[in-house]
Design a protein around this ligand. Structure first.
Ligand SMILES: Cc1ncc(COP(=O)(O)O)c(C=O)c1O
Length: 359
C-alpha cells in the first residue's frame, strides 16, 4: 500500500531542529509517569490531573483548567465555547488556528475566520479594531480574537504585553472574547521576565502546551473562569470524552513544570547562538524580528533553490530542519544542547555557502 501523503518518515539524526514537539520524555519524567497516582478524570477524581489543572490555572492566574490531549483541541474548544455558528473570529494569517487546524472552527463550529496579514505574526491594536465588523443585519458578528504567544510560523516572535492588553481591552469594549494560544507562552515568559499571569490577565481563555519545549509526550491545559471550564468540559465530551486515568500523562506535565521551565531559557539562548552564526550567511533572508525565542524562520530564495532542497542538504550533514512553504524553520528544544546548536549553525552556514558558490 502507498504511504499516506502526509506521512513523514522521521529520519534518525543527531541534531533534530524540526520542531520542539520532537523531544522525548526524559528518564525522570518517565519515572514520574510510572509512579503517578490515578483515578478517573471524568468525575474529577484523578488526583494527578486535578493537581496539574490547578497548577497551570494558578500559573496563568485563572480560576480553573481542563486537561486536553492537544493544543489544537484547546483552540477549537475555546472557539466553540465562546462563539456561535455564523460568527467570525480574528487571527493573524500565519496563525496555527488559520493554517493547521483542519478548519475545525468552521467545520464544527460554523465559524468563519478573518486572518489579518501581519509582518511577524503580530497585528497592531489598530489593525484589530479596524477588523471588528460594525453590527449589521448582513454581516457576521465578530466574536473572538486570538493572539499567538509566541508565534509559531512567524519565527517565534513575542507579542508586547501592552499590545496584548490593548487588544484584550478593545475586544471587551466590543463585547468580543479574547483568547491566547499559549502553545509557547512560557518561552515568552523566560525571554521577557514577564510572568505568565500578567500575559494572561483578563483574557477569557488561555492555554499552555506540555508537548513542546516542556518535553511531555502529549497534552495541554486550557484555562479560564470556572464557568468557561464547565462549558469547555461539555465540548471536550462532545469531541470524544474524558481521558480516564490521565494522571499517567498529567504526571509528565507536573514533572515538566518542576524541572523543564528553566530549560526554555537555554532553548532561547541556543537559538540566539544559532541565529548569530548564520545571520550573515550568503543568500539567507531573515525577518528583522527574528530570533526572539526558540524558533527561527528564514528564506533561501537568494540561493536560487527551494526550502526543501536546503533542508535536504542539511539532512545530509545530520541536521534536520523544516521547510514550510518557501521558508526554513528551526526550533531549539531540550534534546538539542549548546554544542548541537553550534554544530547546526556551522552546517546551515556551510550549506548556504556551498549553494551560493554555485550561483
Ligand atoms: C502556536 C501553536 N498553536 C497550537 C498548536 C497545536 O498544538 P498541538 O500540537 O499540541 O495540537 C501548535 C503546534 O505546533 C502551535 O505551534
Amino acid at each position: 500500500m502507498e504511504p499516506h501523503p502526509s506521512r513523514e518518515t522521521t529520519p534518525t539524526v543527531t541534531i533534530d531542529l524540526y520542531s520542539d514537539t520532537q523531544t522525548r520524555p526524559t528518564p525522570g519524567m518517565r519515572e514520574a509517569m510510572a509512579c503517578a497516582q490515578v483515578g478517573d478524570e471524568q468525575s474529577d477524581s484523578d488526583p494527578t490531573t486535578r493537581a496539574l489543572c490547578d497548577r497551570v490555572a494558578t500559573l496563568l492566574g485563572q480560576e480553573d483548567g481542563v486537561f486536553m490531549p492537544s493544543g489544537t483541541m484547546c483552540n477549537l474548544v475555546s472557539i466553540l465555547v465562546q462563539t456561535r455558528a455564523g460568527d467570525e473570529i480574528v487571527v493573524d494569517d500565519q496563525s496555527h488556528i488559520y493554517n493547521t487546524e483542519a478548519a475545525g472552527s468552521a467545520a464544527i463550529g460554523g465559524v468563519s475566520v478573518k486572518a489579518l496579514a501581519t509582518p511577524a505574526g503580530i497585528f497592531s491594536p489598530n489593525a484589530f479594531a479596524a477588523a471588528i465588523r460594525p453590527p449589521a443585519r448582513t454581516a457576521p458578528r465578530t466574536a473572538l480574537v486570538s493572539v499567538e504567544q509566541t508565534t509559531s510560523f512567524s519565527g517565534g516572535s513575542i507579542w508586547d504585553l501592552a499590545d496584548m492588553r490593548a487588544i484584550r481591552d478593545i475586544a471587551h469594549r466590543h463585547e468580543l472574547k479574547a483568547h491566547i494560544d499559549g502553545a509557547r507562552l512560557l518561552n515568552a515568559v523566560v525571554a521577557t521576565g514577564i510572568p505568565a499571569e500578567d500575559y494572561a490577565a483578563g483574557f477569557d481563555s488561555v492555554w499552555l502546551d506540555l508537548s513542546k519545549g516542556l518535553g511531555c509526550p502529549v497534552g495541554a491545559v486550557l484555562c479560564g473562569t470556572r464557568a468557561f471550564v464547565v462549558e469547555a468540559w461539555r465540548w471536550k465530551y462532545r469531541l470524544g470524552g474524558a481521558m480516564r486515568q490521565s494522571g499517567v500523562i498529567a504526571a509528565a506535565g507536573l514533572y515538566a513544570l518542576d524541572h523543564h521551565v528553566e530549560q526554555l531559557r537555554a532553548d532561547n539562548a541556543h537559538l540566539r547562538l544559532l541565529h548569530a552564526a548564520i545571520a550573515d550567511a550568503p543568500g539567507l533572508s531573515f525577518d528583522p524580528a527574528a530570533g526572539q525565542s526558540n524558533i527561527l524562520c528564514f528564506g533561501v530564495a537568494g540561493l536560487g533553490i527551494t526550502a526543501p532542497d536546503f533542508a535536504q542538504a542539511c539532512l545530509a550533514h545530520d541536521v534536520r530542519i523544516r521547510a514550510i512553504g518557501s521558508q526554513i524553520r528551526v526550533t531549539t528544544h531540550l534534546d538539542v544542547d549548546r554544542a548541537g546548536a553550534v554544530r547546526a549553525g556551522e552546517v546551515i552556514r556551510a550549506v548556504a555557502e556551498a549553494f551560493a558558490a554555485r550561483l
